[in-house]
Design a protein around this ligand. Structure first.
Ligand code: GCW
Length: 652
């Protein structure tokens, strides 16, 4: 395997820590990890480290101390600097590790003027990445479903990869971003992958060892049909005693092999995966079955709420995919065990560049909820386009134009990973920032996404001239908005090539069973989801959002076509008509993509040539693709509406 890029942990980023004298007190495997990190930093930058009792004669610039904070169950830590000495105190080894990475982010500021004592702790307990990695190469989806960064870090062609060093390096990057849980395999669990739970458990144990060194617990995606396909039982009915006993036994064996195992992830009754509906049971019955097996060991089940009819008749206007999660799960609130975490995609459809917040999140006060984001850029340019997603996530978390997700994700944040065996980890080198930013926002949803970007730039390109930092900032900060401008307009979504989900195909999904339609005709476009005349989806929101989204006057422009079918001449809140807005944003978006490429030329000679070339090559594709999007979308709507562009630009 080629050596991989250092991402946000290059040796140079450790200069401040590595050039001072550090004392580490505490014991345990994770404290050893902390000590190893500081030792490596000192070896590179000339500092010194003492691990254990302080020596009388020495004076330390930095003290990392375990066991001096009262709050024993968090991963928190406290940082202060006084009288020329920086101190990090934590009650748990996990806290100490996070404290070390906090100092790394501070850089020289960790050793400058006084810092008043400040406590830090994560907003949520579980900050998790889901891998959609397959063990076997799937005939359609490949080694990693929706993976745009090469192969899997864990498996190749049906066999485990032996390179645990690379997994260890990955774990280290994740820990430095604040992530503490990883689900190893795809939620679509095929035949070989199902066996990770039983006879291939040693592979899980091996990976768990590599992640454990950085305080990360592993989880496994399992198939609901496991008692049948692995256990040879005639049924997987959650009420059947044999099934319950099988799960209890199998789970005990998992914990015998991996004592700190995190739990299961389940996609049930969804896109062809088996589930409790087969047995006339509901999703609380299904989730509780696994929860009961995990409970004695302290494990959790992440039960996905991505349940909808993917065999819908496009002629049927009464079925609305957006309603599905709420319709299935809101009635079950209060019926789940404490160790069930309902894992809900942030939007009601499927990781589009713009969606409202999923209303089911607001309807589960008695259920532990995790919100699922997609770091892998399935619908946002597949890591061929620069699309820095943290501003979108931050809007969702803070509640700009919708309910604030941060307060609803009571049990954590989960995201689909964008990493693979690519030398840059993420295919597009700049897509590393999405992985980093997800971890940082999961730790603290209140962080400013642009500040996170600058932090990532600072760590990844330490010592870079200000000019390079500015170029990266200018290319990336607004790139999600740019992507939104040249793709599907005003929240309507899904105008992508079916199956692969890359590039424009306006009617690609329009007459399919997938429930993702835009209903454009010669008069107008958009999905009427109102209570008054549409599918009634707006009624799933609590006040004030049920009113805001229902009302043409109040609905945010960005979401207009998600909630309403309007004539092309409809005037937006921003003063433009819908059709003119489509033209204007598409010309602007494609122009901005070209501007990104122009800006990148200024980075020549300022970054490693391989990185420069990789980014340039992808920007070429982004510029091409953005122009294609612009022309197909504009032409389509011009032909449908017959309304010319007020600025008379070229439309085909
Ligand atoms: O967005 C869709 C993807 C599928 C994926 C599914 C899911 C893993 O196209 O590839 O399957 O979502 O989230 O389960």
């Amino acid at each position: 395997m080629p050596t991989s890029h250092a991402a946000w942990l290059p040796t140079e980023a450790w200069r401040a820590i590595g050039s001072h004298r550090t004392l580490i007190t505490g014991t345990g495997p994770l404290v050893d990890t902390v000590a190893d990190e500081v030792r490596a930093a000192c070896a590179a930058h000339g500092g010194s480290v003492r691990y254990g009792d302080p020596s009388e004669a020495e004076r330390y610039d930095l003290e990392l101390t375990l066991g001096a904070e009262s709050d024993r169950d968090t991963e928190g830590f406290q940082v202060a600097r006084r009288d020329g000495r920086t101190t990090v105190r934590a009650a748990t080894p996990h806290g100490l590790l996070h404290g070390l990475f906090h100092l790394l982010r501070l850089g020289p500021d960790a050793f400058g003027g006084d810092l008043p004592a400040r406590s830090h702790r994560p907003a949520t307990r579980r900050r998790m990445l889901d891998h959609w990695d397959n063990v076997d190469v799937h005939p359609v989806m490949g080694q990693v479903e929706r993976g745009y960064a090469g192969g899997s870090l864990f498996w190749r062609d049906g066999a485990p990869r032996r390179d645990l060093a690379r997994v260890g390096a990955y774990a280290r990057l994740l820990a430095a971003a604040g992530i503490n849980a990883v689900a190893l395999n795809n939620v679509n669990v095929h035949a070989t992958e199902a066996r990770l739970l039983t006879d291939r458990l040693d592979e899980v144990a091996g990976l768990a060892g590599a992640f454990r060194r950085y305080g990360i617990r592993v989880h496994l995606s399992v198939t609901f049909a496991a008692p049948v396909v692995l256990g040879g039982l005639p049924t997987a009915d959650p009420r059947d005693e044999r099934v319950r006993a099988w799960w209890a036994r199998t789970t005990a064996a998992v914990y015998a092999a991996v004592p700190d195992f995190g739990g299961y992830v389940v996609k049930a009754d969804s896109e062809g995966q088996p589930g409790p509906f087969t047995y006339g049971r509901n999703h609380a019955d299904g989730a509780n079955l696994l929860a009961d097996a995990l409970a004695p060991h302290g494990g959790v089940v992440h039960w996905r709420a991505f349940v909808y009819n993917h065999r819908q008749d496009w002629r049927d206007r009464s079925t609305d995919r957006a309603r599905a999660a709420y319709d299935h799960f809101a009635p079950l609130d209060g019926h789940f065990r404490d160790n069930v975490i309902l894992q809900v995609k942030h939007g009601p459809i499927d990781f589009q560049a713009r969606e409202p917040v999923s209303p089911v999140l607001t309807a589960l006060p008695a259920t532990a909820v995790a919100v699922e984001l997609q770091v892998t850029q399935e619908y946002t340019g597949q890591q061929r386009h620069v699309c820095y997603l943290a501003p979108m996530w931050s809007e969702l978390l803070r509640g700009a134009g919708g309910p604030a997700v941060a307060g609803l994700a009571t049990a954590g944040l989960v995201a689909v990973s964008n990493a693979g065996d690519d030398p840059f980890w993420t295919g597009h080198p700049l897509a590393q920032a999405n992985l980093y930013a997800f971890g940082r926002l999961a730790w603290d949803p209140g962080l400013d996404p642009v500040a996170i970007l600058d932090e990532w730039i600072g760590l990844t390109f330490p010592g870079a001239p200000a000019r390079l930092r500015q170029i990266l900032h200018d290319i990336m900060a607004g790139s999600w908005r740019t992507y939104e401008r040249y793709t599907a307009p005003l929240g309507v979504g899904f105008m992508v090539r079916p199956g692969q989900h890359y590039g424009p195909d306006v009617d690609g999904y329009e007459y399919t069973p997938w429930g993702t339609y835009h209903f454009a005709d010669r008069e107008g476009v958009g999905v009427d989801r109102t209570r008054a005349t549409g599918t009634g989806f707006t009624g799933q929101y609590p006040s004030p959002w049920c009113r805001v989204y229902e009302s043409l006057d109040e609905c945010p422009d960005e979401l207009l076509l998600f909630f309403h079918h309007v004539p092309y001449g409809h005037v937006l809140r921003n003063g433009s008509t819908v059709i003119q807005h489509i033209y204007d944003t598409h010309f602007a978006g494609a122009r901005e993509a070209a501007e990104m490429r122009r800006l990148w030329e200024g980075a020549a000679g300022l970054v490693a040539p391989e990185l420069y070339d990789r980014v340039r090559e992808r920007l070429d594709e982004q510029v091409r693709s953005a122009a294609e999007w612009r022309d197909q979308i504009n032409t389509y709507f011009f032909r449908k509406s017959g309304v010319p562009d007020a600025k008379q630009r070229r439309i085909y």
